[in-house]
Design a protein around this ligand. Sequence first.
Ligand code: GLU
Length: 455
Amino acid sequence: MNAGHNAAPLPPGMQSHFDTVVARNPGEREFHQAVYEVMQSLAPVEEARPEYSQWSILKRICEPERQIIFRVPWVADDGEVQINRGFRVEFNSALGPYKGGLRFHPSVNLSIIKFLGFEQVFKNALTGMPIGGGKGGSDFDPKGRSDAEIMRFCQSFMTELYRHIGEYTDVPAGDIGVGGREIGYLFGQYKRITNRYEAGVLSGKGLTWGGSLVRTEATGYGTVFFAQSMLKEKGQDFGGKKVVVSGSGNVAIYAVEKLHQLGATVIAVSDSNGYVVDEAGIDVELLKDIKEVRRERLTAYVDARGGNARHVTDGSIWDVPCDVALPCATQNELEEIHAKQLVANGVQLVAEGANMPCTPAAVALFQSAGVAYAPGKASNAGGVATSALEMQQNASRDSWEFDETEEKLEEIMTHIHERCLTTAEEFGDPGNYVTGANLAGYLKVADAMVSMGVI
Ligand code: GLU
């Protein structure tokens, strides 16, 4: 059993562990893929730390500590009763309370939430902050829903979720389909049910009610800071680089903004209906207005922008030639065929802003072609790291300035980049960000689990 066509083979000793995960979690393709991706890097650790197998760390780390699935009933504007499914997978709390976003998207199922939760465990460890890993969400589709419907859905969702979360237990935040508006409705309902103003129970809050400056920008900015460190490693910077950023949600928008600040030109972004090419550089203020305020499709960008901007519905955004590619849309959006095209067009660097956007075969191809590639659990960790900064501010009833918070974010991303490289080097795979991210994250969580005994 392999986790994707043409993925690199697992090292000796790992295959039986992987087969067990597949047998215990049948049909959960994305979860298998995320586990496979980590197991690919683990052989040297199992040798260097014999106590891990003695304490069954790998088996325990692949089993979520708790998985909650619940019914979410709500009433649509037309009076029809709707039933969605809610999830919260509390994956690992060795380093701190479970921490990770909520995703509202029709594709959400247990496999998706488990893959995201699994990734989150190692990502959160890499940030150096005291946070465990979890993820949640619903198969609710916010597209085309009124504000009142979104509110009623969020209230119903929280009416069950509230009993499972807390500042010291589990701290959800946003992900696809969950932004400031949804966090507001969720927090309001939590506050109402519990009669407690516990700001630290959720992150990604509004700035007047416990939120942190830079949290909105953090995932996109952080991905660009990470990519900047990768370029620096090659003696380069973003000046004059052509960049393609897939997606047009929170991560993509703020990646574009930071890229332009650093002298790059972003020439394409996408949504689920197609992509926009704008050789003059994507107008980020227009993009924000369309996606964050008007909540419209990208076709509206071309209508408003005119000039040479064009909307394309056939092919893929990865056909657009670029120096740097930042996949910031969703899992498995960049397949082997796209990687081939990018390599043929001369791409030099790929850093993931989304979670697991590149398939295993695409990653293998980038690596064999010598393209610098960073996995999301390292390069997109800036969002959750800034959530942890929000938790710090909530705990001390303080709020920090924008510049100070952004500096902390940049420092954290530089530090993650450094840890990836030193760990990869230490374990005999210099320059490999996948090895570095997986091992640095895994070691931290595993060591804590060893210390705490069999729980
Ligand atoms: N959903 C984001 C992620 O994938 C952020 C989670 C958080 O801030 O807790 O890391």
